[in-house]
Write a protein that binds this ligand. Structure first.
Ligand code: 13P
Ligand code: SF4
Length: 304
């Protein structure tokens, strides 16, 4: 089917099914363009929970679709490709969390939303890359367990020398791959550009950043700042919305070949069409997991 015809069919089916299409900021351009909402994972789930559509089609990875299900348990949540994994979320399991809890029984578990529902269900509170520092600061505890991203935890630790943030050694392979040498090279090539890093990057890269922000934070900064050139330290997909929203500005990537999340690129117009036509692949979660995971998400929402 030709691309234009496929787009027409998707939009027609979306209306018929009373569905909403959500796309994460890293999705391929054609998926971002056809989506009703684009954003970071939690932002999308929260917006979707406020709409009256019966079906949510989540163009992203499984933990994002699960989060949508956690905040909208009555809605049907579909992922166009079955169980699209997140390599960071895959690094931790429930036993790992229980072992940390047993070792530090007084420390609350702060879990990054980039984790599976069963991990959220054994956590005290969730956080996102945009609010991790705020969540850790508001907790009165001197010892905090932060999972699964060690880079986000170590970034948060910088703000609270009086606290001890115990972390699990998980990481996003794509963000962790970015090296300080690559950033320095990009800075030499573009001396007028400022460098914005995602907190999933390693500490030596964070040290070189003018700003540290989540994907939505980067979009806001690019719009707000008077600067005309930016080096962007996150997954390559974000360059599309950045350039689209700021046609007068230039965005450079320090490692365009390495920082490509293959899972994020699995969604295509074809499988999006199939998802709407065949109502697949539905995200199902056990009620107890939804309830417990929701409690951790809700606590975060009360804090921020
Ligand atoms: P945010 O969009 O929340 O910054 O997350 C980045 C990411 O790695 C999503 O998979
Ligand atoms: Fe997971 Fe990293 Fe891909 Fe985000 S970019 S979905 S954290 S592997």
């Amino acid at each position: 089917m030709k691309k234009e015809k496929l787009i027409e069919k998707i939009l027609e089916l979306k209306r018929k099914r009373k569905a909403i299409i959500l796309a994460h900021n890293y999705q391929p351009p054609e998926i971002q363009d056809i989506a009703d909402l684009r954003g970071d994972s939690l932002e999308l789930s929260l917006k979707a929970s406020k709409t009256d559509t019966e079906i949510i089609v989540f163009c992203g990875v499984i933990f994002m679709a699960e989060t949508a299900k956690i905040v909208s348990p009555k809605k049907k949540v579909l992922l166009p490709v079955k169980d699209v994994p997140c390599e960071m979320a895959n690094m931790i399991n429930v036993e790992d969390v229980l072992a940390l809890k047993a070792k530090y029984p007084d420390a609350p578990v702060v879990t990054y939303v980039n984790s599976y529902a069963e991990i959220k269900a054994v956590s005290d509170v969730c956080c996102t890359s945009a609010n991790a520092v705020k969540v850790a600061g508001i907790l009165p505890d001197k010892k905090i367990i932060m999972i699964p991203d060690m880079n986000l935890a170590r970034y948060t630790q910088r703000f609270y020398p009086e606290k001890e943030i115990i972390y699990f050694e998980g990481f996003c392979p794509f963000h962790h791959l970015l090296t300080p040498e690559e950033v320095i090279k990009a800075k030499k090539k573009h001396p007028n550009a400022i460098f914005i890093a995602h907190p999933e990057c390693r500490p030596e890269v964070i040290d070189l950043a003018d700003y540290v922000a989540s994907t939505s934070g980067m979009l806001k900064l690019a719009k707000k700042l008077p600067n005309k050139e930016f080096i962007i330290g996150t997954e390559i997909g974000l360059l599309y919305p950045l350039s689209k929203e700021n046609p007068d500005k230039k965005f450079y990537h320090p490692s365009p070949e390495k920082m490509v999340c293959s899972s994020m690129k699995k969604i295509t117009l074809e499988n999006l069409f199939n998802a709407l036509e065949n109502l697949e692949f539905e995200v199902t979660l056990n009620e107890e997991v939804i309830e417990k995971a929701y409690s951790a998400v809700k606590k975060m929402l009360e804090i921020v």
